[in-house]
Design a protein around this ligand. Structure first.
Ligand SMILES: NC(=O)CC[C@H](N)C(=O)O
Length: 231
């Protein structure tokens, strides 16, 4: 089970993502932003960070990296892709996922242990969770507000494509002003998932708020092994 982890200039969490893959029993394959080559991997992670310094908009330059020339058609063809934080921003900029991530409504960088509800446990990356389950993983970003037009929001809601929602605070507010408390979404096929919080920082005893992040990596590893067995 080979999971590629892309490194862009300014990526920050590529090492942790690779480590999380290994901790959960997969092989992590480094993928370089400048090579339009996915090295035959079974799935790809776009990690968190500040790709190309977040100039113009988060993810706006990474979208044009050579590796994306290979990744976009592969994802459209069904390759499982997980975008974490800056990776989610790259996925919306690439139009593999709808909507956009804008500056947090309070205009500050967030760094908190965040409770989420798993809304959809049937994507490639969430099948080891149960729908309705609450998990706690780290949220750390400046531009995490998920926005989309009404029609897109209706589609996401109607098709069960909201994968994670923030648990709102006592005032009914989420940490960044995201519409519908959306923390993560999927494409129609369920192979591409993007979320703002960071599962890769919650996979090891003694680090992070929980071990809840493991489910992302065990989901994809099991699913790939199962589809290889039935192929
Ligand atoms: N942790 C991250 O990936 C940060 C993403 C992005 N640079 C932001 O601040 O929103």
């Amino acid at each position: 089970m080979r999971i590629g982890v892309v490194t862009f200039p300014g990526s920050l969490d590529d090492r942790d993502a690779a480590r999380a893959v290994r901790e959960c029993g997969g092989d992590a394959v480094p993928l370089w932003h400048g090579d339009a080559d996915l090295k035959g991997v079974d799935a790809v992670i776009l990690p968190g960070g500040f790709s190309y310094g977040d100039y113009l908009r988060c993810g706006a330059i990474a979208r044009f990296a050579p590796v994306m020339e290979a990744l976009v058609p592969a994802a459209q063809g069904g390759l499982p892709v997980l975008g974490i934080c800056n990776g989610f921003q790259v996925l919306t900029e690439s139009h593999l996922l709808p909507g956009a991530l804008i500056r947090n409504d309070h205009r500050k960088f967030n760094c908190v242990d965040q409770q989420l509800v798993v809304e959809n446990a049937s994507t490639a990356w969430t099948s080891d969770f149960e729908a309705g389950q609450q998990i706690t993983i780290v949220l750390k970003n400046g531009e995490g507000g998920f926005v989309a037009d009404e029609r897109t929001l209706d589609e996401l809601e109607g098709e069960g494509r909201v994968v994670f929602r923030y648990v709102p605070d006592a005032h009914g507010r989420n940490p960044n002003g995201s519409y519908h408390h959306i923390a993560g979404i999927t494409n129609e096929r369920g192979n591409v998932v993007g979320l703002m919080p960071h599962p890769e920082h919650a996979v090891e005893e003694g680090y992070g708020p929980s071990l809840d992040g493991r489910g992302f990596f065990t989901s994809i590893i099991k699913q790939t092994l199962e589809s290889a067995a039935t192929a």
